[in-house]
Every structure is written in structure tokens, then in C-alpha cells.
Ligand binder design. Structure first.
Ligand code: MN
Length: 300
């Protein structure tokens, strides 16, 4: 039962690096990059707790997705590696720990499934994939292209770091909206080789597998939970009206999976201190991780 036993992601076993594993869930309880309301450091614990709900149907090592009338993750070996060790105000040390933790999963030939933490953690995670030719997909209400702070490592600037260091073949930002994106950032973005699809554009015209909006090959997907409408995801630091919903997200992920392999992903900015009763944001985060795991592992 979901309420019995020691909590791991969806009740999957703890990761044993010497055992063949298809994907490894890793928590990064870090939120010192936050520019508004902190608390995402408690995200991994809250997502794990919520994810135990799915332990019901995991008994057969697979899930039935009733909406799409299909089995998910049949026979796939998923494991939980616990959390990266974090120290307060030790930015360099934390970044190194994060990159190394992700590298250890890649070395074991497994897909890293990262739970944040705030969005600053995406940069050290993607850094672990340096050299991989990957297309970076950023699902977020914000373009995360801040260039105003002295620190280059807030949760508002991972896209700039990835761009600057050439960590991706292409960058696509999906779901932006609202009044907390800087117009100056957008003039700058337009000069870069970055594609932007706003929340409204996605609602009006869903991505199609044949779409030329996305590259082909290997993908990294970064999901900021504020991509979703605040009615569906209140537990996050920077909510913004006019967001998207789970079916929109699922369709985007399926489109990506039809274009190539998702080789790593993160789900960030779940803040249980703001989530309130029902923990719906943590549940949504858990469900998104399962959707991404399926998109990554159920490809033929
Ligand atoms: Mn973000």
C-alpha cells in the first residue's frame, strides 16, 4: 500500500550501481538560487512521498495508462539513488557534487531522472552531459535567461549558462508567459539561436511529431513545475496565470519522444512549503517524472 513502508520514488528499489538499471531517480535538495520564495529544497522529499501513491500499480513492474490505453515502463528497471549531499553556501562544492552524482548514473549506462531543487540545479546536471550532442528543451513560464545578477547561478539563468558553454546543439523554450519575463531578455533571446514557443502558441497549435520546431536526436528535458497553471501547481515559488495542464505536457513529451531519445531530464521548482493541503503540486511532479521515464524508456 502507498502509505506503508520506507519511502522511495514510486516504491522503486534503492539504486545499486553494479545492478543493470535503466533509469535512476536522483534528488537535489537545493534552493539557494531562488530569487523569490524559497522551499524547493524540500521538493525531492515531497515528490517521493507523493510518488508512493503510484506504488499501488507498480507491483507488476509496470503501470497502465488508462488515458492512452497503454502499458508504461513494462519490465523497466528504475531505482532511487537518494539525494545529492548539499552544504549551505558552498556553491562550487555543491555544483561539483551534483555533476559527479549525475556522471555516476551515466557511467552505469542509466538515464538520470532528476528531482529539484530550484532551477539553478539544471546547469550542473547538464554539465555532466558535456560532449553529448543534445537538444535542450526548457519547459517553463520563464525563459530563464537572466543576465542582471552578479551571480551567474541563480534559478533564473540556467539557459544562459547552457548557451554560453555550448552544452546543447539547440535550445527550445516552451510555455513562456506572464509579466515576470524581462522584455530585454527577449530581445537578447531573439538574437541567439534559441527557439521560443509561448504558452498561448502551444495552446493554439499543439506540437506535432512532424513539426520542424524541434531537432532530432538526443534530448534533455527540463521541466519547471511553473510551466503548469497555478490552479494545477500552486506549490511553486513563482506562479503565473495562464499556464498549461498535464495533457499539454504529456503531448509535448510524446512529440519529443517521437523525435529522439530523452537521455536525461529534471523536474524542478516543486515547493512543498507553498503546496498546501492535498500536496497536488508534489503529486503532479511525481506523475511528470513517470511520464518522462516512460517517454525515455518505452521507445521501441
Ligand atoms: Mn525556471
Amino acid at each position: 500500500m502507498p502509505f506503508v513502508g520506507i519511502t522511495t520514488f514510486a516504491g522503486y528499489p534503492l539504486w545499486q550501481p553494479d545492478k543493470k538499471t535503466d533509469a535512476v531517480v536522483l534528488g537535489i535538495p537545493y534552493d539557494e538560487g531562488t530569487t523569490y520564495r524559497p522551499g524547493a529544497r524540500f521538493g525531492p522529499r515531497a515528490i517521493r512521498d507523493a510518488s508512493m501513491f503510484y506504488n499501488y500499480e507498480r507491483r507488476e513492474d509496470r503501470f497502465y495508462d488508462a488515458d492512452r490505453r497503454r502499458w508504461m515502463l513494462s519490465g523497466k528497471a528504475v531505482a532511487d539513488a537518494g539525494d545529492v549531499e548539499i552544504e549551505p553556501l558552498s556553491l562550487k562544492k555543491n555544483w561539483k557534487s551534483i555533476t559527479e552524482a549525475v556522471q555516476s548514473i551515466l557511467k552505469a549506462d542509466a538515464i538520470p531522472a532528476v528531482m529539484g531543487g530550484d532551477h539553478s540545479v539544471t546547469y550542473p546536471v547538464v554539465k555532466a552531459l558535456a560532449g553529448a550532442k543534445l537538444h535542450y528543451i526548457h519547459l517553463d513560464t520563464h525563459a530563464d535567461c537572466d543576465r542582471i545578477f552578479e551571480s551567474k547561478f541563480t534559478h533564473g539563468s540556467p539557459v544562459v549558462r547552457i548557451l554560453e558553454e555550448g552544452l546543447a546543439e539547440s535550445i527550445t523554450i516552451i510555455g513562456v508567459r506572464g509579466l515576470t519575463n524581462s522584455g530585454r531578455d527577449f530581445s537578447w533571446i531573439n538574437e541567439q539561436d534559441v527557439r521560443v514557443i509561448t504558452a498561448r502558441e502551444l495552446r493554439d497549435k499543439p506540437l506535432k511529431p512532424s513539426s520542424d520546431l524541434l531537432g532530432e536526436g538526443d534530448f534533455y528535458v527540463s521541466l519547471d513545475i511553473d510551466f503548469f497553471d497555478p490552479s494545477a501547481a500552486p506549490g511553486t515559488g513563482t506562479p503565473e496565470p495562464g499556464g498549461l495542464f498535464f495533457p499539454d505536457f504529456s503531448d509535448v513529451i510524446q512529440s519529443i519522444a517521437s523525435r529522439g531519445n530523452i537521455i536525461a531530464f529534471d523536474v524542478v521548482e516543486v515547493n512543498p512549503l507553498l503546496d498546501g493541503r492535498g500536496a497536488i503540486t508534489a503529486h503532479l511532479g511525481a506523475r511528470c517524472i513517470l511520464e518522462l521515464l516512460s517517454a525515455a524508456l518505452d521507445r521501441p
